[in-house]
Design a protein around this ligand. Structure first.
Ligand code: UTP
Length: 408
């Protein structure tokens, strides 16, 4: 696009202010700004009008969960089947590490955070150590695909190199970047982060498969014969990755996806619960759980919506391929967005000052036809780090790691 076409695009979306400092920029900076404007999808801004509206939900009903007692009975068979699948090279792992980790408050990628006490123990290191448990047991390397974003890609890659992949096989680690979305004020004016740069943020973890494909890695996966992808969050430092028992159970139930879930701590715990929506697997967020749903009981007298997802899913690649063309809902999320103020100075707000636009992996589940919720013991597999202190924090994760005999 030339400058005139760019001006037309800006005018169509009421974003002419993005060229306010254009004359102050060097030729190279001008070129980069125009290119960024050309590549940015401004249509996301139209979602702001519906930001306050709640998404219309279908008919919610309980989903059958494979609980720990049933898993224990079949542990050996499941584990053998899962191990065979891994040894045949059919399982890959996808680490979602493109988030900004704003609640933790570190400028570096979340995975570089050191949670050690007597020695350095980085979050990425914990992930690799967890993966190594399966690699050691099965004697097979598992391809690890790591999603980063423009904001943290270089630091993440350099960190892994510097730490020599924490002993993992470099040939089995693949980085790919997710896309970015613009960030805007409450009226829908996109912020500038620098005089020649729009404020952007990673576009949520829902775009992971498209980004994997755009990076050419789905072709690579096919060549390698990978049929299953275990997708997980960066911040759960206790989770099992490519867990053979989980894989075996999914194969036994012949499901397109499976989700690790934990029993809720109490009815109001802030986790999304797994359910069926119009007959499809789905997740109801804690703030969407009505009193009626909260009080519904199963035939055994247990709460019917009692299992929360921990962002550890196993997807069948064939099913993903069919689902990926469908559109995911766009979530408009209030966030703190660093930006240039009216005097052109960088301002880092203390309070939310606008919107970011994200698609979410949990919406992906709805696109598939069958899901196995697989219960895990939260004390053994769920130590998320979202905050520095308090709930789901460095402190709470450290306590759980120590309980599990991990020296920090
Ligand atoms: P969270 O929802 O906890 O977001 O991400 P976050 O960005 O890490 O943290 P806050 O909300 O800013 O404090 C859950 C998982 O999804 C990944 C994160 O890296 C984490 O593993 N994620 C999130 C992405 O990969 N990309 C995104 O755009 C957002």
């Amino acid at each position: 696009m030339n400058l005139e076409q760019i001006r037309q695009k800006l005018s169509r979306y009421h974003q002419k202010h993005l060229l306010n400092y254009f004359e102050d920029l060097t030729e190279k900076e001008q070129f980069q700004l125009l290119q960024q404007i050309e590549e940015t999808d401004f249509s996301v801004l139209t979602s702001i009008a519906n930001a306050a509206e709640k998404e219309k939900r279908g008919i919610i009903s309980p989903i059958e969960v494979m609980q720990i007692s049933e898993i224990r009975k079949n542990q050996k068979t499941f584990t053998e089947a899962g191990t065979e699948c891994i040894r045949a090279g059919k399982v890959g792992a996808v680490l979602l590490a493109g988030g900004m980790g704003t609640r933790l408050g570190s400028d570096a990628p979340k995975g570089m955070y050191d949670i050690g006490i007597t020695k350095p123990v980085y979050i990425f290191q914990r992930i690799i150590e967890n993966l190594f448990e399966v690699v050691d047991d099965t004697k097979a390397w598992i391809h690890l695909f790591i999603m980063t974003s423009e904001k943290n890609h270089d630091m993440t890659v350099s960190f892994f190199r510097e730490k020599q992949y924490f002993g993992y096989s470099e040939a089995h680690v693949h980085f790919f970047k997710q896309d970015m979305a613009p960030a805007a004020d409450y009226k829908g004016n996109i912020y500038l982060e620098e005089k020649g740069k729009l404020a952007t943020s990673p576009n949520g973890n829902g775009g992971w498969y498209t980004s994997l494909a755009n990076a050419g890695l789905t072709d690579f996966m096919k060549q390698e014969g990978i049929e299953w992808l275990n997708v997980f969050a960066v911040d759960n430092v206790l989770q099992k990755i490519a867990d053979p028992c989980f894989i075996g159970a999914t194969l036994a139930k012949n499901c397109e996806v499976s989700a690790k879930v934990v029993k809720k701590n109490h009815p109001d715990e802030k986790v999304g619960v797994i359910c069926l929506e119009d007959g499809h697997p789905s997740i109801v967020e804690y703030y969407e759980l009505t009193d009626m749903l909260r009080n519904t009981l199963t035939q055994n007298g247990e709460p019917a919506y009692n299992f929360g997802v921990i962002l550890n899913y196993l997807f069948q690649v064939n099913a993903l391929e069919k689902a990926v063309g469908q559109k995911l809902p766009l979530h408009v999320v209030e966030k703190k967005i660093p930006h240039l103020d009216e005097n052109g100075n960088l301002c880092k707000p203390e309070e939310p000052n606008g919107y970011k636009f994200e698609t979410l992996i949990l919406d992906f589940i709805k696109l598939l036809s069958s899901c196995l919720p697989f219960e895990v013991e939260r004390e053994k597999e769920f130590a998320p780090i979202k905050n520095k202190t308090g709930i789901d924090s460095v402190e709470s994760a450290r306590r759980l790691l120590e309980k599990n005999g991990i020296i920090l």
